[in-house]
Each structure stands twice: as structure tokens, then as C-alpha cells.
Design a protein around this ligand. Structure first.
Ligand code: FAD
Length: 449
């Protein structure tokens, strides 16, 4: 079926990616319907306790700008200009992000979702259906079956229904899409740091706070109301691990030993350990992201990743941007559009999945290590001197829009250059910057974005 002959595009899931995709397809003149299992988040409390705030970075910001939703989002995001490391003695080490002005944004998931849904609805071409849980997909009849027993036909279906995607499972049971789900041995639990007695922030509000502890870590991101959402990442089993921290005395003793400066600020910790579930984390990769011109996967449904680079939503927004661009040509078939979308996105999704896994090790281990800090200092110095060719991989992911797969390749080359330069060096004074220039110019092409 050609884009121009399509009556309605059906989207499964009205979360972050589904809502933005609906807005972007409608902006291209398509009619869209969205089926979301939860109630309309604009009418009440957020549907579940999933990571209350998310780091929004340049890739996501760019997609929001294209959708004309950046101003609405600006109203509730907070800038974070670097990391703040907390050691076991409560000493703080600020680590500003790369160049001046580089920042990521702490954004409230529910508010973001509401802005995206409003944006979709404002196009006048999107019908949003809430409280509609898709149970199965009948590919032969092109029908969705809902949990309430009703069914609905579709012409073309896009699964933006998250990591547990019903659309992906239905595709996989129809044909081999090479779907692999790898669970991480670590889980997470959300905790919180309420505002200080004076209503202000209890810690620096312009930082992403990290308590790296080797095998595990705590992080915290600021919220507009003066609170922080903290997340404890810990192995599910073993010791320390969530299962070993069975009761409150064990939980309290562990938290006090490992995070002594955070615990006095976490006044609801006992209830949160009792009430907040341990969330699962994992990576999902698929070899095939579409069924001809019938259906495609987008966002976490196609490529859930672990959250340690803060890029899952950002990558999902890039998917939306690409899909929005590809449907502009109304003479093309959906099968062509979906094939090209997969060609443009799949290797990039695999690359950010790998970088997110690597970043977990970096965040919980290396950030506290002097060798890591020297490497970081050299990275900054190379970026300062040769910024047209050398930019730290973290910055390329967070503050640029170079495709992830290219960032991954560049990152490997840059890592080899850093290793060569750091061999036998104890400080920046030991580095030969003539050698650095030769290596950078020989091995790294100028950066295009
Ligand atoms: P989802 O947000 O999961 O949305 C899927 C939607 O589909 C939901 O609304 C769901 O209700 C609906 N749905 C599901 N099944 C059905 C069904 N059967 N029928 C109808 N509707 C259905 N990303 C970042 O970029 N930055 C971060 O800082 C960050 N931090 C994170 C921290 C944690 C702890 C976690 C777990 C994730 C984090 N992420 C982060 C990742 C981010 O949350 C996801 O990548 C993002 O939510 C993906 O959006 P999505 O719309 O594809 O999926």
C-alpha cells in the first residue's frame, strides 16, 4: 500500500514514542489512531511508578524541535551541567560535562507524555484511545484483538508498545524476526529525596548525582518541585543484592554503610523499600523490525536498552524523526519505507545498546578511579585542542546527533589513541601533544555534526 493511499495508520502504545510518532505522522498529513492500555495520563495520576524523571539529551531535543513541542517541554525541564560524584565519606567531586554550555535535561516522564499527547491531538488528525490493551494481532485478517474482547481492523500497524511489546511478540510468532531479550543481572528500585526544609533542593540541582560503588550504584536527578528521584541499581541476587536485603534493618544498614550522605535526605526510604518494586532491566535486539509493509516496531518495542546512557527515549525519538521523514514521499509503499527505516536505525540501535551496557561499568566503577579521571582529563584536553576531530564519546552520544554506530566506531579509535598516549603517563604533563596531533589527524576525520 502506498503512503498516499493509506486511510489510517494505527499505533500500538501512546507512551513517549507512540505519542511523538503520532504527532510526526499527522504533521505529514496522515490520519493516525493510537491505542494505549492505560487511562489518559492528562486526566489523573501517572499510571505506574516507572522512572519518574528521564534525561533528555540533544537527539531527543532535536526531535521535539522538529515537532514544534520544544517550547512546551522547556517549561518543566531542569538543566544538568555535569555529574556530581559522592564517595563513601560523603566527599563530592564535580565532573562538568564537556564544552561550556553542554547540558542534559531532567524531565518528568508523565509531563513529557502529556505534552506529546497534546501535540498529537492538536494536529486534528490523531484519534487517541485510552484503556485499550491489545492482546493479540491477527496478521491474516489485519485485526487487533483487545483485552475487553473487541477487535479492530488496521491497514498498517506500528508497534510503539514498549519493551514488553505485544506487537513484537505477535510478529515473532508469525515469522522469525531474530528477537533476542537479554536480562541484566541488576535490577533497580526508585527512592526519593524530598525538598529541603526551606522548600529548596537538598543537593546541587544542576548535577546528575552518582554514588558509584563498584558492583552497584545510586543516582539522583532533580525535579522541579525541589525533590530528587533517586534510583538504586543493584544485582538482583547475591550479596549485596536486592534479594539479600530482605528486611528493613538489612536495607537500612546497607544504605547507611554505602550512601551515608544520601540516607539522611531520604526521609521516605523505609516505605519506598517496602512499596516500590524492583524493576527489571535488559536489552532487546531484533534482526528484523518490520513485516513487509504491514507492521513495524519503534522505540523500546524494537530496541529496549539498559538506562545507563540515558538514551532509550532519545533513541526512540530519533526513530520517530526518521519515520516522519520517510513518509513524506506519498508515492512510496510502506514496505519500502519500513525497509529503509530499519536500514537507517537498526545498526544505530545496536550501537547505543552496546554503549549503554559499557556505560554501566563506567558509571559504577571507573568514575571513582584516578586512572579514569586522568583519562577524562586527557579527553577534555584533546577535545580542547582538536575539537573538530576529537570529541569524547559520551559527548558525541549526549550533545551531538552523529549516528550512534559512527559514534561507536569513533569511540573505539579514540580509545586506542588515549591508550597510546597514556602509556607510562602519570599526568597530563607526561603527554606528548605533538604525538597526539599526529594520531588524531591520521586516524580521525573531521566531525560533520
Ligand atoms: P514506553 O515508554 O514503555 O511506552 C510504551 C507504551 O505502550 C506505554 O504507554 C504502555 O502503556 C503502552 N502499551 C504497552 N503494551 C500495550 C498494549 N498491549 N496495548 C496498548 N498499549 C500498550 N531514557 C532516556 O532517554 N533517558 C533516561 O534518563 C532514561 N532513564 C531510564 C531509567 C529507567 C530506570 C528505565 C527503566 C528507563 C529509562 N529510559 C531512559 C528509557 C526510556 O524509559 C524508554 O526508552 C522510553 O520510555 C521508550 O519509550 P517507548 O514509547 O518506546 O516505550
Amino acid at each position: 500500500m502506498k503512503i498516499g493511499d493509506t486511510g489510517v495508520v494505527t499505533i500500538a502504545g501512546g507512551g513517549l514514542a507512540g505519542a511523538l510518532l503520532a504527532a510526526m505522522l499527522a504533521a505529514q498529513g496522515l490520519r493516525v489512531e493510537v491505542f494505549e492500555r492505560h487511562a489518559d495520563p492528562r486526566l489523573g495520576d501517572p499510571p505506574d511508578g516507572r522512572s519518574i524523571n528521564l534525561a533528555l539529551a540533544e537527539r531527543g531535543c532535536h526531535a521535539l524541535r522538529l515537532a514544534g513541542l520544544d517550547d512546551a517541554v522547556d517549561e518543566f525541564v531542569l538543566p544538568m551541567t555535569g555529574r556530581m560524584m559522592h564517595d563513601r565519606e560523603g566527599r563530592l567531586t564535580p565532573q562538568p560535562y564537556g564544552a561550556a554550555g553542554e547540558r542534559i535535561w531532567s524531565s518528568n516522564r508523565a509531563q513529557l507524555n502529556c505534552v506529546l499527547l497534546n501535540g498529537a491531538e492538536a494536529t486534528g488528525r490523531v484519534d487517541l484511545h485510552f484503556g485499550r490493551r491489545i492482546e493479540t494481532v491477527d496478521w491474516d485478517a489485519r485485526q487487533l484483538h483487545f483485552s475487553d474482547g473487541e477487535s479492530r481492523s488496521f491497514e498498517v500497524l506500528i508497534g510503539a508498545d514498549g519493551g514488553g511489546s505485544v506487537v513484537r511478540r505477535a510478529m515473532a510468532s508469525h515469522t522469525d524476526i531474530g528477537a533476542r531479550e537479554e536480562l541484566l543481572e541488576h535490577g533497580y528500585r526508585e527512592l526519593s529525596i524530598p525538598p529541603a526544609a526551606d522548600g529548596g533542593f537538598a543537593m546541587d540541582a544542576r548535577s546528575l548525582h552518582i554514588w558509584p560503588r563498584g558492583g552497584f550504584m545510586l543516582i539522583a536527578l532533580p525535579n522541579l518541585d525541589g525533590s530528587f528521584t533517586a534510583t538504586l541499581f543493584l544485582p538482583k541476587d547475591g550479596d549485596p543484592g536486592f534479594s539479600a536485603l530482605g528486611d528493613w534493618p538489612a536495607q537500612q544498614a546497607f544504605m547507611q554503610r554505602e550512601f551515608p550522605d544520601a540516607v539522611p535526605l531520604m526521609t521516605d526510604m523505609q516505605a519506598e523499600f517496602r512499596d516500590n518494586p524492583v524493576g527489571l532491566l535488559g536489552t532487546i535486539r531484533c534482526r528484523q523490525w518490520h513485516l513487509g509493509g504491514t507492521a513495524a516496531l519503534l522505540g523500546d518495542a524494537a530496541h529496549a536498552i539498559v538506562p545507563f546512557h540515558g538514551q532509550g527515549m532519545n533513541a526512540a525519538f530519533e526513530d520517530c524523526e526518521v519515520m516522519g521523514r520517510l513518509v513524506r514521499d506519498r508515492d512510496r509503499d510502506w514496505s519500502e519505507v519500513f525497509a529503509q527505516y530499519q536500514a537507517l536505525r537498526r545498526d544505530n540501535a545496536n550501537a547505543i545498546a552496546d554503549m549503554a551496557l559499557e556505560n554501566y561499568r563506567v558509571m559504577r566503577e571507573s568514575v571513582a578511579d584516578p586512572r579514569f579521571l586522568l583519562r577524562k582529563a586527557l579527553e577534555h584536553e584533546l577535545e580542547r585542542r582538536f575539537g573538530d576531530r576529537f570529541i569524547a564519546r559520551y559527548s558525541l552520544v549526549m550533545f551531538h546527533r552523529l549516528p550512534y554506530a559512527e559514534v561507536f566506531r569513533r569511540g573505539n579509535t579514540q580509545a586506542a589513541i588515549l591508550e597510546t598516549l597514556l602509556d607510562g603517563a602519570d599526568g597530563l604533563d607526561d603527554i606528548s601533544f605533538d604525538q597526539a596531533r599526529r594520531l588524531v589527524e591520521a586516524e580521525l576525520a573531521p566531525i560533520r555534526s
